[in-house]
Design a protein around this ligand. Structure first.
Ligand code: TR5
Length: 142
């Protein structure tokens, strides 16, 4: 099975940690998100333009949980790999999060998360912004 290709069937914390641990060695290989971008596997797309794609997370952690990704990874497996050339796409990802939050009616607020690396519990090495909302968030995060 290709790296990161497993379709998640459970949303419990231990399976979440196990999946992140499986992906603990960051790689620039294609991920499940490439297949979503190429429409080889289905996703519930909520926003798309020539640069970014936003789709519903398969294991939502809140009533609204959307992932926003660049269509071209360009070495940006995670935020820690960002270079100055990535500034524009990083801005596009955040601005898209704002647009989609509005589209989803998250007028009382929302949370943006970018997990990075093993300690950040990143499981898919294609940078993505989590847009999470529709309920009261807690702080500090787990
Ligand atoms: O753990 P990080 O921050 O890397 O986030 C990766 C996210 O991708 C998780 O929240 C997963 O639930 C989500 N994910 C994983 C798969 C997937 C997905 N979202 C939508 N569709 C998915 N498919 C079809 N397959 C996945 N393996």
């Amino acid at each position: 099975m290709e790296r990161n290709q497993k379709i998640r069937g459970s949303d419990d914390k231990s399976s979440r940690l196990a999946e992140a641990a499986l992906a603990a060695v960051p790689s620039d290989s294609p991920t499940i998100f490439d297949k979503i971008i190429n429409k080889e596997i289905p996703a519930t797309v909520v926003f798309e333009n020539d640069k970014v794609l936003a789709f519903r997370d398969i294991t939502p952690q809140a009533p609204t949980h959307i992932l926003i990704i660049p269509k071209v990874k360009d070495g940006l497996t995670g935020l820690s790999k960002a270079d100055e050339r990535h500034c524009e796409i990083l801005g596009q990802l955040l601005y898209t999060a704002k647009l989609v939050a509005k589209q989803e009616g998250l007028d009382d607020g929302f949370r943006i998360v970018i997990n990075d690396g093993p300690n950040g519990c990143q499981s898919v090495y294609h940078i993505h912004v989590h847009l999470i909302g529709g309920r009261q968030m807690n702080w500090p995060p787990g």
